[in-house]
Each structure stands twice: as structure tokens, then as C-alpha cells.
Design a protein around this ligand. Structure first.
Ligand code: AMP
Ligand code: ZN
Length: 665
């Protein structure tokens, strides 16, 4: 077998595995074996750059940074949809359609209306070219790098299908994945995302595609746009799209009359609550493509399609009380305690009121009758107050001024939606929460110690902060409730073992407000030790990539607190990793300090990824687009001609792979 054949075979095999896993939801290979094959392909591709293919499965892991998303004009306009809210609206639409077509012989494709961000995927000769958002319908943003990380989207269509086409669909965030992301944010002490739709569309505009790759996005397809007249009906084109690898949900159905359309609507109005993603309605489309063409478009929407919006389930109930929860970072969340009421199959007793602004906006008062809604969203939402039912003399809500747990006066900094309890070291839920965060899986990952035990240790007065964990003795722990000798030993062993956890995780574990996993990594890379980080000035901090005022101020606050300084000193004396280890420092220098590089083309001696890593390890920055800030372009073979002209226009120095290697050695 030639190298090329081997590469092609691996690509096809990996594409098939992606398809099985992400489209059919049925893995035929373990993650481990998949990784081995990807690595093998990566190696072959690096050694044989002539066979580079931007659609190779190795090119989907993310890592491209997009600073500005390019505006692209759509080849075919992306229309909006007319809405309808009742069966009468649908009957009217049917009449109009039949009248315009001059026949009652019309079939309809019935589909769910997916609630996400619309996307247009362009394919030429069966190869994926680009992904563009809807934008204003005429022009959208090129989000190709980000969309490529969604593994259910096939990049190369080999089988029997049209060859030049656009696939339209919706980028969505399934509920499971959305909930997991929120759990993580909760652990990081960050404000939770409100709903999957906004989070999905926000994800498309992230600058770092590696971050997009980490998000559990999916793409559901609902239209093939092409001038090739291979299929006569919309339904047929979608069925075939599914066959060649696109994720076309099998909820789609063909209706031969408007009555069957109603059946579909009624069925999903109830069953939608069991779907793994959100839907806010149904889309009904005239099935025959010839008829679609005859019907054409209004100024905004196709005449051959209409959306039917489900009514969000809503009930009204009484607000009994507003309570306040204290998170581990001291963030206060007001909670509406409601008269229990049945809603979309569950009993609702509580709903989040988010923050003081929200309370003010709703003008919600204890004793009010309120409308509660569950529009497919997980957490019930208070939509509005029923002012017609407001009893006389209801007191306007005064937001809490003091912490419900420790009575400290709450503070609110400008630009922050939330109030905070500033009593970091004396407020019980903050103390316990901080230790629970410290030991959690993504932080110190202490085996044999869980959140409940932390609670117990605190109540027994054995620990007051995370440094105390490292002073614990087996004998102190054994007498605790439900603690056997063996589990006590396991716990102490786990604590000792955590002294080897690398600095970036320790930094995350400290629970500094706004310092989540990603920020911790960035800080570690830049400052290399807790000492440098804690003595950094505000200016030094905001000069670090992606560190803004808010994060910088939080670090300054943390570092200037005497209690924190003592804690950190104790952690250091216990031997925790509070600086980057010598081994990982070995390959790092400041030779390229502050210089911005753009990498373009195909390379021979080292792979693109290695090149980027070498730049960053030596203090440089990698950017994906050429601008005035670019210092060097490292040009490989086949560097794009547009990049070349731009570089020349801006006078950016172009260097070769070898020049770069000389620079760092
Ligand atoms: P609207 O944003 O209310 O104008 O509705 C139009 C949008 O609905 C389109 O841009 C798509 O993003 C979205 N949509 C969701 N599901 C479908 C579907 N099955 N067919 C067509 N459009 C859909
Ligand atoms: Zn407090």
C-alpha cells in the first residue's frame, strides 16, 4: 500500500467512526483506539505534507484563533419564516398555497423547529468549504473553523449525492450537554448560562476554536439547496442527505393533508418534552420542489413554508417568599419560593430570580400572583407579575442588604449583576464551598474525600480552610460518623497524593473569583509561579492575553489579603505544586516575547501544531489573521496568495520554517 492509500484509508475509517458515534449514536470503536488511529494519521500527514487536506479528521480538533469573523455574502439568501400560532392560521396558509398553485394536490413535509443558531454549510465537489451564520439573511459571518469542530458534520461526501450544494441547519446545544456546562460553571463560581439557544449561538463566535471543540454542540440539518435537479421533493433530498452522513433528525414526516399536519403538531406539542434538545415549534413545508419554486418568496420569507409556534406552558401561582442563597464565591442568588404548582409534568416550588436588577425589572413583590413558564427550558422562569391580582398595599421588594448566613453587609461592584457577601473567611457556606471546590475532580481531585465529608469535617471543627486538610491525621478522622479505618486512611493518602497535582490545577483549586480552568492555565503559562502571580501589578495582569479588568482586580484582591497569603504559605510548606515544574519549563524561553506570528501553508520539518506550540513556549503569540500587529509570517508551501499580498501591503516580514527554527535555537 502506498502512503497516500494508507492516509486515505485512515481518513475514511475515522470519518466512518465519527459518523457512527456522532450521527448514529453508536460507537464501534473505543475512544482509546480512535485516538491511536488519529495519532497514526497525524504522523503520516506530518511526514507527508503534500497530502495535506483541510477536511482531514485530524483538522477538527480546534486550535485556530479567529479574531475577526469575515463577513460573507450568501450565494442564496437565508430567509426567515412566517409564524403562525393557531390551527386557523395554518388553514389560511393551506388555502393560500392551494389557490396559488391551482391545485389541492399538495403534500407537506413536517419538521420540528430546532431552537439554536442557523448555519449554512457550503460543499463543492462533495467537499466541505465553509460555514456561515445567517446574519441578516444576505450576509453572515464565516465561522468555518469553529463549525468544523462539530463532529457530526461530514466534511467529505463520497457517496451518491448532489455534488455542489448548501446544507442548511441549526447548530444546537442538546440539553444534557448544556446542563453539564452549567454544572461546571457553577463549580467555577461563574454565572450560569440562561438557555441553550444563546449559548449555542454564542459558541459560534468564540475566538478560540479549541474552546468550541470542548462544547457539546451538534448540528441538525433541514434543507438542501442546489441547482442540480437530482431530487424532486424536499423530503427525498433530506432522506438522501441523511444516507450520505448528514444528521437529519428522523422526527421529520410527510403529510398528505393539513389534517395529518395537525396530527404531527398535536403529537409533538406533548412529546417535545422528551426530546434531548429544545424545540419551540413545527415547520411545515410544501414538499414538491417544483411547487416551492412556483410559490416563491415574499420580501422576508418563503411562501412555501410556515412555522407553527408551540405555546409555552404557563401557569400562575403566588410568590410566598424571597430567600437568598450564598455561593462559594460569596455570590448571592435570590430565589422565589412559590406556592407549589404543576407545570409541564413537574411540581414547581422555586425559581431563580437571578439578581437585583431582575427583581426590579419584574417589580415582583411577596404576595404577588406571578406567571411561571417552562418553555422547554430546564429551570422554570418567572415571566411577569399579574398586576390585576396584586393586593393593595404590597410593599415593594427591598433587596437583601445583609448576608442571610453571616449577616455581613452585602457589596456590589460596578458592572457586576450580583451582590456578594464579602466575609470570605467567616461565612459558613463560602468556607465549606471553597473547600469542596478545592477537592473537586477538576481541581485537586482528592480521592477518598467528598463534599459531604468536607461538611462533616467542618462541623466537627477539624478544618477551617483547605490548608488544614494537609494537617489532618488518621486518628482524628476515624472517630467521625460512618468513617472506617480503611476509608480514613484512603482519605489521608488521597490528600497526600494531591501534593503532586500540577500548578495550573492548584491555581484553579484556590477558588479565586473569575479564575476558572482556562484562565488558570493562561496565568500559569505567563507567571510560572504563585509568587510572580501574587506580586503582579494590575497593568501586568491585564497585559496577559484574555485577562480583563475584572479578573485582574479579583487576583489583586485575593493577593493583597493577609489571610490568603498565610494560606498560600502553608500550602507551599506542605509541598503543593505552586510553580511550574522544572520538566515543563525546560523547553520554554522568552526569546519571542510579545511577538505575533501568523503561520501559513504546509511545513516539512515540524507540524503546524508543533510550530504553534514552539511559538507559545518561547513567549510568542499565534494569530490566525494578518494585521498591523503581526511581526512575522512563517510561510510554508502553498501559502495563500491573498495572505501573501496582505503581508506585503502591511510590510510584515515573511520568514521560512528554517528561519524560525534558527530564531529559537
Ligand atoms: P425565525 O428565526 O423565527 O425567522 O425562524 C426561521 C429560522 O428557524 C431559520 O432561520 C432556522 O434557523 C430555524 N429553523 C429551525 N428548524 C427549522 C426547520 N426544520 N426548517 C427551517 N428552519 C428551521
Ligand atoms: Zn456571608
Amino acid at each position: 500500500m502506498t502512503v497516500q492509500e494508507k492516509i486515505n484509508l485512515l481518513r475514511e475509517e475515522l470519518n466512518n467512526h465519527n459518523y457512527n458515534y456522532y450521527v448514529l449514536d453508536h460507537a464501534l470503536i473505543s475512544d482509546f483506539d480512535f485516538d491511536i488511529k488519529i495519532k497514526e494519521l497525524e504522523k503520516l500527514e506530518t511526514k507527508n505534507p503534500v497530502f495535506f487536506d483541510s477536511n482531514s479528521p485530524t483538522q477538527r480538533v480546534g486550535g485556530e484563533i479567529t479574531k475577526n469573523f469575515e463577513t460573507v455574502t450568501h450565494l442564496n439568501r437565508m430567509y426567515s419564516l412566517d409564524n403562525s400560532y393557531s390551527k386557523e392560521d395554518l388553514l389560511d396558509w393551506e388555502k393560500r398555497v392551494q389557490k396559488m398553485l391551482g391545485t389541492s394536490e399538495v403534500k407537506y413535509s413536517c419538521e420540528l423547529k430546532f431552537d439554536g443558531a442557523s448555519i449554512n454549510l457550503t460543499y463543492e465537489n462533495g467537499q466541505f468549504i465553509k460555514a456561515v451564520t445567517r446574519g441578516d439573511g444576505f450576509q453572515g459571518d464565516d465561522v468555518t473553523n469553529n463549525v468544523k469542530t462539530i463532529l457530526s458534520i461530514p466534511l467529505s461526501i463520497k457517496k451518491d449525492f448532489v455534488s455542489n450544494f448548501e446544507m442548511r441547519g441549526e447548530i444546537i446545544l442538546p440539553l444534557d450537554g448544556f446542563n453539564k456546562m452549567n454544572e461546571e460553571r457553577f463549580e467555577n463560581g461563574e454565572e450560569q448560562y440562561r438557555n441553550p439557544r444563546n449559548t449555542a449561538s454564542g459558541s459560534l463566535k468564540l475566538q478560540d476554536s479549541a474552546e468550541v471543540a470542548r462544547r457539546p454542540l451538534d448540528c441538525l440539518l433541514y434543507q438542501v439547496v442546489t441547482t442540480e435537479r437530482k431530487y424532486k421533493t424536499h423530503f427525498e433530498s433530506l432522506e438522501n442527505a441523511r444516507k450520505v452522513g448528514f444528521k437529519v433528525p428522523d422526527t421529520i414526516a410527510l403529510a398528505t393533508s393539513i389534517d395529518e399536519v395537525f396530527d404531527f403538531v398535536n403529537y409533538w406539542d406533548v412529546k417535545r418534552h422528551d426530546l434531548p434538545y429544545e424545540t419551540d415549534g413545527v415547520v411545515i413545508k410544501v414538499n414538491h420542489l417544483q411547487q416551492q419554486e412556483e410559490l416563491g418568496y415574499t420580501a422576508k420569507a418563503p411562501r412555501w413554508a410556515i412555522a407553527y409556534k408551540f405555546k409555552a406552558e404557563q401557569v400562575s401561582t403566588i410568590l410566598n417568599k424571597i430567600t437568598y442563597q450564598v455561593g462559594r464565591t460569596g455570590a448571592i442568588t435570590p430565589v422565589a419560593n412559590l406556592e407549589p404548582v404543576q407545570l409541564a409534568g413537574t411540581t414547581v416550588k422555586r425559581a431563580s430570580l437571578h439578581n437585583a436588577d431582575q427583581i426590579e425589572k419584574l417589580d415582583i413583590r411577596v404576595g404577588d400572583t406571578v406567571f411561571v413558564e417552562k418553555g422547554g427550558e430546564i429551570i422554570p422562569k418567572i415571566i411577569a407579575v399579574d398586576f390585576t391580582k396584586r393586593p393593595e398595599n404590597l410593599e415593594p421588594t427591598k433587596y437583601a442588604t445583609n448576608c442571610p448566613e453571616c449577616n455581613s453587609e452585602l457589596v456590589r461592584t460596578e458592572g457586576d449583576a450580583k451582590h456578594y457577601c464579602p466575609n470570605e473567611f467567616g461565612c459558613a457556606p463560602q468556607i465549606t464551598g471553597r473547600i469542596q471546590h478545592f477537592i473537586s475532580r477538576k481541581a485537586m481531585d482528592i480521592e477518598g474525600l467528598g463534599g459531604e465529608t468536607v461538611d462533616l469535617l467542618r462541623k466537627e471543627g477539624l478544618i477551617e480552610n483547605y490548608a488544614d486538610l494537609y494537617d489532618l491525621k488518621v486518628e482524628q478522622v476515624i472517630p467521625l460518623e460512618r468513617m472506617a479505618e480503611k476509608s480514613a486512611q484512603n482519605m489521608i493518602d488521597g490528600i497526600i497524593k494531591s501534593k503532586n497535582i500540577p500548578f495550573e490545577k492548584v491555581l484553579f483549586a484556590l477558588g479565586i473569583r473569575f479564575v476558572g480552568e482556562t484562565v488558570a492555565k493562561k496565568l500559569v503559562k505567563h507567571f510560572k509561579s504563585i509568587e510572580f502571580l501574587m506580586t503582579a501589578t494590575f497593568e501586568e495582569l491585564i497585559n496577559v492575553d484574555e485577562i480583563g479588568d475584572r479578573i485582574a482586580q479579583s487576583i489583586i484582591d485575593f493577593s493583597s489579603n493577609l489571610g490568603n497569603i498565610q494560606l498560600i504559605n502553608r500550602l507551599i510548606s506542605h509541598g503543593l505544586q505552586l510553580e511550574v515544574s522544572a520538566a515543563s519549563l525546560e523547553n520554554q524561553t522568552n526569546k519571542l516575547d510579545g511577538q505575533v506570528f501568523v503561520v501559513s501553508g504546509v511545513f516539512h520539518q515540524i507540524s503546524r501544531e508543533e510550530l504553534k506550540k514552539a511559538i507559545e513556549d518561547n513567549g510568542g503569540k499565534v494569530s490566525s489573521s494578518i494585521s498591523k500587529k503581526t511581526n512575522f509570517i512563517i510561510a510554508g508551501d502553498n501559502m495563500g496568495p491573498s495572505k501573501l499580498t496582505k503581508a506585503q501591503d502591511l510590510g510584515v516580514e515573511i520568514i521560512s520554517e528554517q528561519d524560525f527554527i534558527n530564531k529559537i535555537n
